[in-house]
Design a binder for this molecule. Sequence first.
Ligand code: 57M
Length: 357
Amino acid sequence: MFYHLLYPFASEFQAFNVFRYITFRVGAATLTALFISFVVGPPLIRMLERLRVGQPIREIGPDHQSKEGTPTMGGLLILLSLLVSVLLWSNLDNAFVWTVIGVTVGYGILGFIDDYAKVTRANSSGITARMKLFWQTVIAFAVAVAIYSQPAFDAVLSVPFFKNFTPHLGWFYIPVATFVIVAASNAVNLTDGLDGLAIGPVMIAAGTFLVLSYAAGHTVIADYLAIKSVPGAGHLAIFCGALIGGSLGFLWFNASPAQLFMGDVGSLALGGALGTIAVLIRQEFLLAVVGGIFVIETLSVIIQVAYFKMTGERVFLMAPIHHHFEKLGWPEQKIVVRFWIISIILGLIALSSLKLR
Ligand code: 57M
């Protein structure tokens, strides 16, 4: 909005020239979202406490009973600060920005309905998994078809570390993109089970995608790095900046011992946003590298369930894998910080893959 309102006056006020630069607006969007989340966080927590939007805790599993009643739906804080900041700082005529906003809001609404069902029925089940998956797929499919139908769209897949292997997916792009968005959303949701566990890797992935989308949107840098050039994708860097700012503000309150959980309204929306950005800049494989923690968490569940069905025995003490380490007696913060460290390493590997090809 600032771009549209102020940049036209750049000839009269030279300082307004800065509104043209994506790099400036990335920084501004990050700080704006952070500021909003700091300001809105405390009253939101008080409101959620007053409305008794507290997390019901399952009786099975690691002992989380002390967390009973912690306000949930903190994703509202992230979404509010993210969206206001993006609307203020990005180009509102950029289709990429509206696409990722669409998925974030759509998945946020789905998550909100689930959280609301959990809180009002005061059990931790929410809406049925099948119903959730159905609507996630509908939204992701609609977005994939919309992207595929763009005249300039080119369904080429980038494979990290293999510069010359760029398979053309054709219409198969649609199921692939749908899968990536739905999987990313559910993987973040599965990971969100310890204070700060999901939001750390979300920020690290958003930081990596900030760099990747800026590079993809910059013809010269994209050519130099031999990555897929996606004109207009640079504006997604502003979205990523706002996502980092809003998430950092949320972490302030979600840091152990958490005063606020993000709820499905946060986890489904954030995962959906990351999946959509990956699809838009054609870096689906790199998402699996950057978001390796989400992949590991998801694989641990798949392996646990499959192995249990086959043999009646468990591979992990409990899945997702963070519960395994809890059961081994690791303190919560040790697990969380170690998962962040792994996430940073994966982010660095993803970034280095741009040059190591
Ligand atoms: C969401 N939600 C947390 C909070 C958060 C198939 C199966 C593996 C599914 C999985 C599952 O239901 N995962 C989805 C996990 C819950 O957090 C809420 O949910 C939101 C995210 N959707 O924002 O609102 C609890 O996590 C803890 N928490 C924190 N700090 C945070 O910042 O401490 C969350 C955020 C909160 C709080 O305790 O209540 C959750 O874990 O429920 N199911 C499981 O994860 C269950 N695993 C399991 O049954 N494993 C089995 C099989 C099926 C693989 C096995 O290993 O044999 C475990 N979940 C829990 N206890 N809570 C079982 C033990």
